[in-house]
Design a protein around this ligand. Structure first.
Ligand SMILES: [Zn+2]
Length: 229
């Protein structure tokens, strides 16, 4: 199979917050020409330390609109679509219509599995970088039709009661900045047919550095691409 040409791939950013902002900026500067920005949230003052393309002038504005304006000011020729909404099983078809690759940077674990399943189960070639960060730690994994998927490793979203949130646990601005940018870079590399440390592997960023864990396609994964155990 041939790779998608990265510069003409329509890439969606799911979650225009601490991870999505640097991811979108990275892709825009790398040469992406078509981005779809998805979020249902508005910019708050408490976001500004880590969502670095926003300032006090856009507090209260929908995040995808504010991010589109910030990106357009820096990369005028970028084709940007704004889609306000929360990614669910019911909204996925509409929100991801027309896109071929996704950076998932929302704070919703279910959304990460929905994007994973969209990428690996789609009849056409689809790609996704799935990122998360909390406190001083972050992680991302890039999936493609050839690679292990997020479910091969995690199987199901954890119960909501088991999840810490940025509101409760806090998050360090540079951590989400790094993870968002690296997740975007990994997606860009894979779209260009280049090797990348996160392709089919979970990469964790901690105060000790980067730890890469390769993931095998699981025989019992719902993605259905492994040999039965
Ligand atoms: Zn799988």
């Amino acid at each position: 199979m041939t790779q998608l040409p990265a510069s003409t791939t329509t890439i969606a950013i799911v979650g225009c917050g601490g991870l999505g902002v640097p991811a979108a900026w990275t892709l825009a500067l790398a040469g992406a020409t078509q981005l779809i920005l998805i979020d249902d949230d508005v910019v708050e003052v408490s976001n500004l330390h880590r969502q670095i393309l926003y300032d006090t002038a856009v507090v209260g504005q929908p995040k995808p609109l504010a991010l589109a304006a910030a990106l357009q000011a820096r990369v005028p020729n970028l084709d940007i679509q704004v889609r306000q909404g929360c990614l669910t099983a019911d909204t996925l078809g509409d929100l991801l219509a027309g896109c071929e690759a996704v950076v998932e940077g929302s704070d919703d674990a279910t959304s990460k599995f929905l994007v994973n399943d969209w990428a690996v189960a789609h009849p056409r070639r689809r790609y996704a970088s799935i990122a998360a960060a909390i406190g001083r730690r972050g992680q991302w994994m890039t999936v493609s039709p050839e690679s292990a998927c997020y479910r091969c490793l995690f199987e199901e979203p954890p119960p909501p009661a088991h999840l810490a949130t940025c509101q409760v646990a806090g998050v360090i601005g540079p951590v989400v900045g790094q993870v968002g940018a690296l997740a975007a870079r990994s997606l860009w590399s894979v779209l260009n047919g280049q090797a990348d440390m996160a392709h089919g592997a979970l990469v964790r960023l901690s105060p000790r550095g980067l730890l890469r864990t390769p993931v095998q396609i699981a025989g019992d994964c719902r993605c259905g691409r492994g040999a039965p155990c």
